[in-house]
Design a protein around this ligand. Sequence first.
Ligand code: AMP
Ligand code: GLY
Length: 424
Amino acid sequence: MKVLVIGSGAREHALAWKLKQSPHVTELYAAPGSDGMCSVATPVNIKASDLNGLATFARDKKIDLTVVGPEDPLVEGIVDLFQKKHLRIYGPTRKASRLEGSKNFAKDIMSRHGIQTAGHKMYEQPAPALEYLKNCDYPVVLKADGLAAGKGVTIARTYEEAEAAVHEAMVDKRFGSAGRQVLIEDFLVGEEVSVHAISDGHNILPLCLAQDHKPVGEGDTGENTGGMGTYSPLPQINTETIHQLERDVIVQTIHAMNVEGEPFKGTLFAGCMMTKQGPKVLEYNVRFGDPETQSIMLRMQADLYEVLSATIDGELDKVEVNWDPRTAVTIVLASGGYPRSHEKGYKIKGLEWELGPDIQVFHAGTKKVDGDWYTNGGRVLSVSALGADLEDARAKAYAAVDKIHFDKMLYRKDIGFRGLKARR
Ligand code: AMP
Ligand code: GLY
């Protein structure tokens, strides 16, 4: 079978790496892919935003399955376009993708279907938003309604900070039309977990739980990023709680989408806060998380091609997925300055090392020039390791990180700290 992966980050590298292991997959392409993914997938020079170009390529190359990594093409309707052209593609339709593409839509679904989330109000004008902010509790959370590449969320500690965020979104239009409406949300306290599941619209396959580390600094300080590292499983979350997350969040959401007439087929990823009142949904994503996927793929014991193909066919009940009982840890190596402006083009040393069977290095922002690797983005590499337990997986992952170097390399040295605390 010929498979096309859309995207170019470490998540897509991990998906391609896993797909490559399937005996069904004879040819694997990535659009646009990257130099770092070349070892598993042939790069195709078409951007993830060029939906028509991708559909033409899939038709001409007779691609049997297309897998979408990032959210933007899904929200733009790539699945609808491919389906119209009778091309097999994995992911939710444009309408179902509004779970991620519009926070307004997501909140609506949650309130209509009794899915717990943070208390919130949506504003279309700055004046009433500011009026509300004068008397609300702080900290308070402000979110642009639409997609803002992970930058549309502000946690404001004071009225001044909140006012600045409203101004930025609604007056300066920093997020373009995504900030036309602003959601003001109660600040939730608790531990955050990434809950992934695959659904064919009826059957649901929960994936293993993971935890990301969003802020750039150790101890969860500093600005929010796309994610600085993950691990799975989470020793602090017991089986009963996992079942509660699956039942109260995942099953409820898939059911809600069916009731709404927008069946959800693809990967549903709910970012949940474990509060004293139980799990509450912070946000939905309609695709695999990055860097969650890197850890999840290391633990997945199944043929990913079969899983994704069965999802499209509505036969997810026919596949079996087991999880490696060991722990996976992923450390993101970023460029100094990330998530703000950062420099590129630094030489990366140490990628030639033989790292062993339990270690994988997934490329995000790298480039190969004359046989040498250079940095080429904010998040540069994901270093993932499997170990007997969290301590062992961390030790292996950080030992691998120690072998890699580039100028201004930035990474968190405390990935998994919450899990470690629970184990002590
Ligand atoms: P989002 O893009 O909605 O996931 O928000 C980005 C990050 O901001 C989340 O991963 C949380 O760490 C934090 N966050 C979002 N909403 C809230 C909230 N209501 N309370 C506390 N933290 C939040
Ligand atoms: N790691 C969070 C995300 O993929 O949105």
